[in-house]
Write a protein that binds this ligand. Structure first.
Ligand code: BV8
Ligand code: ZN
Length: 240
């Protein structure tokens, strides 16, 4: 299928040396991972505020862990899609950084390097007592999992009202300051501060391409909008 703007996008890609991909839940949609706000959105059944917050975990850790456990179980069965693999392959021939809001780990599974997980990773856990971070792939996870120190473990993700990891944010900003092309893929652009990164790239002189099924708040600042599915457009846009 020919996408309008694809040739222009390919020219921008080929003439760029440093490319940053800003990815959201739409990047993993074709892997079968439910997005947050889509029709089958994760947050249709649950309200984010009720679950993805430290207060929710404080008051009802069991329910929050049951939600993450069900998401981990689903994620265990999914694979990266052609979009993830095309970015990984592209990273072999250009200087690529991935700044993702996704916690599913699929970019890494597809073989990409230089990934900055703004909102953490669903396969990491953090101790609420000694703050020790570790990877945990148990599915199902023993609800109310405990650290060796006896402290309650929490999902290693960033919740609403929690600040992002400063090191990850500064590495992402550094990559964006060097980028001459930024590709925003599959994000509704509603969650801050991630949603402002495209504007930062633009103000640093980067060209900005957006791939989405529909227009987003970024529409005013982007140079090129490609409407369609990430897993279909990216392979055509990034192939040599
Ligand atoms: C912070 C991890 C402050 C957990 C997540 C009022 C105004 C402005 C901001 C705020 C406000 N009130 C509160 C805030 C701040 C808040 C915020 O932004 N709220 C929003 C809702 C208004 N932000 C925070 O709290 C952040 N922290 O600000 O700290 C602070 C400062 C100092 C000291 C203390 C505190 C932390 C936010 C992180 C929240 N954690 N996730 C988990 O996953 O369980 S957010 C979660 O939602 C994701 O990580 C992601 O960021 C976001 C989902 O967004 P998307 O990825 O865009 O997904 P979505 O479903 O929305 O959209 C999918 C898109 O894909 C759509 O556009 C669709 O069209 C497209 N699509 C679908 N299929 C495809 C496709 N595109 C292409 N191909 C397809 N096939
Ligand atoms: Zn501990």
């Amino acid at each position: 299928m020919e996408y309008e703007g694809l040739n222009e996008a390919r020219e921008l890609i080929e003439s760029s040396s440093n490319v940053v991909f800003l990815t959201g839940a739409g990047m993993s949609a074709e892997s079968g991972v439910p997005t947050f706000r889509g029709k089958d959105g994760l947050w249709k059944k649950f309200k984010a505020e009720e679950l993805a917050t430290p207060e929710a975990f404080q008051s009802d850790p069991k329910t929050v862990w049951e939600w993450y456990d069900s998401r981990r179980a689903k994620l265990r069965t999914v694979r990266p899609n052609a979009g993830h693999y095309s970015i990984a392959k592209f990273g072999l021939r250009k200087d690529v950084n991935i700044v993702t809001q996704n916690v599913d780990g699929l970019h890494k599974k597809a073989g990409s390097k230089d990934i900055h997980e703004l909102h953490g990773n669903i396969w990491t856990v953090k101790c609420t007592r000694c703050s020790k971070k570790s990877e945990n792939y148990d599915v199902p996870i023993k609800i109310l999992p405990k650290c060796e120190c006896g402290g309650l473990l929490r999902p290693g993700v960033v919740w609403f009202g929690e600040s992002l990891n400063q090191k990850i944010l500064s590495r992402s900003s550094e990559a964006l300051s060097k980028a001459n092309l930024t590709v925003v893929v599959g994000t509704s652009g509603l969650v801050q501060p991630a949603a402002s990164l495209a504007m930062i790239a633009k103000s640093n002189g980067s060209k900005v391409i957006e791939i989405n099924l529909n227009k987003t708040p970024n529409y005013g600042l982007i140079d090129l909008f490609l409407i369609g599915k990430a897993a279909e457009i990216l392979p055509q846009m990034l192939s040599e």
